[in-house]
Design a protein around this ligand. Structure first.
Ligand SMILES: *[C@@H]1O[C@H](CO)[C@@H](O)[C@H](O)[C@H]1NC(C)=O
Ligand SMILES: *[C@@H]1O[C@H](CO)[C@@H](O)[C@H](O)[C@H]1NC(C)=O
Length: 248
C-alpha cells in the first residue's frame, strides 16, 4: 500500500456536475447554538452554486481571518449562523489581504485578513475571538492543549455531505516535519478538520485562536494529520494590516 504524502487544502470543491465533491469536521459533535460566536463561513457570490466553502473567524468589528487559499473573486462573509441558511447575515468583503508569502506548494503562510464593507454589531450570536500571542506559548516549549476545531465542512475524509450545523472536535497537537514549529502546528489522530473547514480557527487554552486551518492528509485509514498556520508568529503582520487599513 502506498501512502499519499501530499497535503490537500481543506476547501470545499464542487465536481463539474455541481455535486459536493468532498466532506466536514471528522469525528465531531454539534456545537451548542452560538457557543462559538466568532465563527463565520465564506461564499463566493459569483459561483454558480452558492455553497459555503471555507470557514473563518471574527477579529474585530470589520476584520475576519481565514486561509489565503480561500481567496475568491467576490467574497461574502456570513455571521451569526448556527445552521446554514437560518438567520445568517452576509456582509460583502471590501478588500482581501492574503499573506504575500503564501505557498501553494506546502501551504505555509496560509492566512488572509478580510476587511468587511460594513461594521459588524456584536451580540449573543456574533463576537470576536482573541488571538494567541508569543506569550501564550508554553514556556517549556510544549504544544498548547486542549485544542479544538470547528466548521461546517464534511464529516469523514471520503464522505460526500457537508454539515448544515456547526460541528466541533477536539484535536491533539503533535510534532511533525510537515509543520515547521516556527510558523505552524500539526494535529494528528482520528479527529480533525476536513474539506470545507479551511480558514477556521484552532482554539486552544483560554479560548484563544492559536491557528488557522490550512491543509491535511489521511496517513492511514481513519488517521489524519492537519496543518495550521501558527497565529503567534504573524501578530506583527496582522497588526500592520489591521492598523493601516482599519483606520478611517
Ligand atoms: C515574505 O518573504 C520575504 C523574503 O523572505 C520577506 O522579506 C518578507 O518580510 C516576507 N513578508 C512578510 C509579510 O512576512
Ligand atoms: C474535549 O475537550 C474538552 C476540554 O478538555 C473536554 O472537556 C471534553 O470532554 C472533550 N470532548 C470530547 C468529546 O472528548
Amino acid at each position: 500500500m502506498t501512502i499519499n504524502c501530499e497535503l490537500v487544502i481543506l476547501i470545499l470543491a464542487l465536481t463539474p456536475y455541481g455535486q459536493v465533491h468532498t466532506e466536514k469536521i471528522i469525528g465531531g459533535r454539534n456545537v451548542a447554538p452560538h457557543h462559538r460566536p466568532y465563527m463565520v463561513y465564506l461564499k463566493n457570490q459569483l459561483a454558480e452554486e452558492e455553497i459555503p466553502y471555507c470557514g473563518g473567524f471574527i477579529l474585530s468589528e470589520d476584520f475576519v481571518m481565514t486561509a489565503a487559499h480561500c481567496q475568491a473573486q467576490s467574497l461574502s462573509v456570513f455571521l451569526g449562523s448556527h445552521k446554514i441558511g437560518e438567520n445568517d447575515v452576509g456582509i460583502p468583503v471590501e478588500k482581501a489581504f492574503p499573506h504575500e508569502n503564501f505557498s501553494e506548494v506546502d501551504y505555509s503562510n496560509d492566512l488572509m485578513l478580510l476587511k468587511l464593507s460594513s461594521k459588524v454589531t456584536f451580540g449573543t450570536n456574533v463576537g470576536p475571538i482573541q488571538l494567541a500571542s508569543v506569550e501564550d506559548n508554553n514556556d517549556d516549549g510544549s504544544l498548547p492543549s486542549p485544542c479544538s476545531v470547528s466548521g461546517w465542512g464534511i464529516k469523514s475524509w471520503h464522505g460526500e455531505h457537508t454539515s448544515r450545523i456547526l460541528m466541533e472536535a477536539n484535536v491533539t497537537l503533535i510534532e511533525n516535519e510537515l509543520c515547521p514549529e516556527e510558523i505552524s502546528y500539526c494535529s494528528g489522530g482520528k479527529t480533525g478538520p476536513a474539506q470545507g473547514d479551511s480558514g477556521g480557527p484552532l482554539v486552544c487554552k483560554d479560548e484563544k485562536a492559536f491557528g488557522v486551518v490550512a491543509a491535511g492528509k489521511e496517513t492511514e485509514p481513519g488517521h489524519i494529520i492537519s496543518k495550521y498556520a501558527k497565529i503567534s508568529a504573524y501578530r506583527s503582520w496582522i497588526n500592520t494590516v489591521m492598523n493601516i487599513t482599519g483606520k478611517p
